[in-house]
Design a protein around this ligand. Sequence first.
Ligand code: ATP
Length: 295
Amino acid sequence: MISLQGVTKRYGAKTAVDDLSLELKPGTVTGFLGPNGAGKSTTMRIILGLDRPTAGAALIGGRPYRELERPLRTIGALLDAKAVHPHRSGRDHLRAMALSQRIPYARVEEVLGLTGMAEAAGRRAGSYSLGMSQRLGIAGALLGDPEVLMLDEPVNGLDPDGVRWIRTLLKSLAGEGRTVFVSSHLMSEMEQTADRLVVLGKGRLIADEPMERLLRGAGVVVRGPALEPLAEVLLDARWTGAGELTVTGPSVEQVGDLAYELGLRVHELRAVESSLEESYMRLTEGDVEYGAVAV
Ligand SMILES: Nc1ncnc2c1ncn2[C@@H]1O[C@H](COP(=O)(O)OP(=O)(O)OP(=O)(O)O)[C@@H](O)[C@H]1O
């Protein structure tokens, strides 16, 4: 539903997004990760037509944002929760949005209910906490009942209940067949919410994979009474306990078959999952622009 084709964005000498091609599919929560300054917000702004790419194209349902007739009905977005007129009430903010797209006011009340904002809707948006502003922003994104939802750091400022609420909401929206694209810095949150992950580093795509594949790959543990021949033939094997080797690279099947061919007795053979945080650190090594310098 969202398709990026060779999108590049330069600001002077700085390349914020570098030849990025992506397909975001309906029915899926796609997480968007990357170190600070990797180009995530720029990518989202380009999708929404707020920034013009230097090269390439971003299409929503085959059309650029600017060509959508009633964009809120096609794509709902939350980029900056605080970008709301501070003197307007939450309800009036949503009503103004609804009016611009010929969405009935009854839908405003519906999304206020959905986001737990019905009670606070009469108050000035400027008096909202960050968490309440995030909820109002999500209400705005849902207003047009769009097929595509794009949220930049939606759990920012939410308490644990709010975080759980967002997780359930995003999954159920994808379950209804919508395309959900969400950025976050909270790895554990992404691990629980996203089906697929797109990782950017210095504007370039460094991974676009199903979550389970990213969580795999930390290695294979094999335990047995005399595994020395296995350690000799496998380059990336290291001893991690008494009679226990951890191997990176080959699959469980390959390690098992090799042990069999070498005539070795195996008492345990299992794949070790890494956390998303570990996989992410491995992937983005060398792509962190503003990381701490070890001294
Ligand atoms: N309007 C602009 N003018 C000049 N440079 C910009 C502009 N907008 C973004 N950049 C630069 O482009 C790069 C990508 O920025 P972007 O905000 O997209 O990253 P990000 O991945 O969203 O980062 P964060 O996680 O910190 O929000 C950064 O180096 C940033 O300084």
